[in-house]
Design a protein around this ligand. Structure first.
Ligand code: TYC
Length: 101
């Protein structure tokens, strides 16, 4: 500082670099009806019935299931939308996000 040397405020990256993606994960619980989970997966994540049923059953049996990866904003808003859909009906349905490696 004070020597006329400035620190660059930006970093140059190769044009091919992709934004970091965030995984949306569905968590199992003991109370949300299976049909309701399937309906939320279809509405929020645009899954067909077979895909939504498979994701719901995987979470039901293993405790959690990866849904899809999106940019941070989209992942967080879809997770919130799904969680709030459950909350509105009094269910503890929960979607979380985490960064991809
Ligand atoms: N375990 C719930 C039940 O038996 C169904 C369920 C499946 C809930 C997946 C949440 O992410 C979930 N009614």
């Amino acid at each position: 500082m004070g020597n006329g040397v400035v620190t660059p405020q930006t970093t140059v990256r190769p044009q091919t670099e992709r934004p970091r993606l965030y995984k949306v994960i569905l968590l199992n619980d003991d109370y949300t009806p299976r049909d309701f989970v399937v309906a939320v997966l279809k509405a929020v994540f645009r899954m067909n019935g077979d895909k939504a049923y498979g994701v719901m059953m995987t979470a039901h049996q293993l405790g959690a299931c990866f849904i899809a990866a999106y940019t941070k904003d989209v992942a967080e808003s879809k997770a919130t939308e799904g969680t709030e859909a459950g909350r509105r009906e009094g269910y503890p349905l929960m979607f979380t996000t985490e960064p991809e490696e």
